[in-house]
Design a protein around this ligand. Structure first.
Ligand SMILES: Nc1nc2c(c(=O)[nH]1)N[C@H]1C(S)=C(S)[C@@H](COP(=O)(O)O)O[C@H]1N2
Ligand SMILES: [Mo]
Length: 319
């Protein structure tokens, strides 16, 4: 496969169809506007924003982050065409196409459980709550492949502060959307739906834990978890839930979907750990997408600053 660096790809190459559709919409709008003027109708409705948000919309005012790795960024084409997203398909190449028309607006997120004020927030309200940062993180899938992605978002701790969890809250549970009409994978039962994930409170409030709504300078593509996902870089990829609709604070450890479906293979913690193998394969090495030779996997995926969260814990038992 001949892949260029994402920065070298002209936007016309990434999204010719979007641009084309945009231009068409614009021209239809112009014609309609002309007609509206002719009959004396106001332009107000014609200028209302589209119901869907295009993946290639730029995100402005993004700050760089000291948490970013300087490793080579994985090409955009790979990160948007090789996905784990079981709500759409168990095939890694299919989500890109199947998620194309997935509706990410309007989108509400319920914040409830052990919080001072339960509330339902519009995703755009959440997106605007804190300054967006670009975080170039390594991402290691439990299946042995890895990527380096310039995500855009802010620390989940910012949202948690505003949600005001009570002193009883010890875990956060994330529930993702259930909509089998839009998500063909949910019409089958490869997993129990909706997809649920969870973090311990200190993991959720760790500054590395990212509430993510963009990547590569743009709005998150649907297949990568639009409109809102989690990115927890020291854990296996499945902890980073996509398309979140509910954030619940609880005093009990949530039963995450993968641990529920195969408790002997996937645990709650799922920290990247080259010394604890998956029962069916080694976790000592990984293949970076686009590379030929495998590279060694690092403890906590190289994010040593989280080690103190697990001091005194047996990570072979708490896998
Ligand atoms: N809702 C939901 N979130 C999900 C998944 C999924 O199937 N459904 N797959 C997980 C897994 S296994 C991985 S490796 C990452 C993949 O994210 P990416 O496609 O953006 O690389 O998403 C995670 N989040
Ligand atoms: Mo994964």
């Amino acid at each position: 496969m001949l892949i260029k660096n994402a920065n070298d790809i002209a936007s016309s190459e990434i999204t010719p169809k979007h641009l084309y559709l945009n231009r068409r919409k614009f021209m239809t709008g112009m014609a309609a506007a002309g007609a509206a003027i002719a009959v004396g109708v106001g332009l107000h409705n014609l200028a209302s924003p589209p119901a869907t948000v295009l993946a290639n919309a730029k995100i402005d005012g993004v700050q760089k982050s000291p948490f970013s790795t300087t490793e080579t960024i994985t090409p955009y084409k790979d990160v948007t065409n090789y996905n784990n997203y079981y709500e759409f398909s168990t095939d890694k190449y299919e989500p890109a196409g199947l998620a194309k028309n997935f509706k990410t607006r309007p989108w509400n997120i319920t914040i409830d459980g052990l919080v001072k004020k339960k509330q339902v927030l519009d995703v755009d309200t959440i997106i605007k709550m804190a300054a967006p940062e670009e975080r170039i993180y390594r991402h290691r899938c439990v299946e042995g492949w890895s990527i380096v992605v310039p995500w855009i978002g802010y620390s989940l701790s910012e949202l948690i502060k505003k949600a005001e969890p009570t002193s009883k809250a010890q875990f956060v549970e994330f529930t993702t959307i259930e909509d089998p009409k839009q998500m063909p994978g949910q019409r089958g039962n490869v997993l129990e739906w909706p997809y649920v994930e969870g973090l311990r409170m200190d993991e959720a409030t760790h500054p590395l834990t990212l509430l993510c709504f963009g990547m590569y300078g743009e709005v998150l593509p649907n297949q990568d978890g639009a409109p809102l996902r989690l990115v927890v870089p020291w854990k296996y990829g499945f902890k980073s839930a996509k398309a979140i609709v509910r954030i619940r604070f609880t005093d009990k450890q949530p039963l995450n979907t993968w641990a529920r479906s195969a408790p002997g293979e996937y645990g709650f913690y799922s920290n990247v750990n080259p010394h604890v193998d998956h029962p069916r394969w080694s976790q000592a090495k990984e293949r970076r997408l686009g590379e030929f030779l495998k590279r060694p996997t690092l403890m906590f995926n190289g994010y040593d600053q989280v080690a103190s969260l697990y001091s005194g814990m047996d990570l072979k038992k708490n896998f």
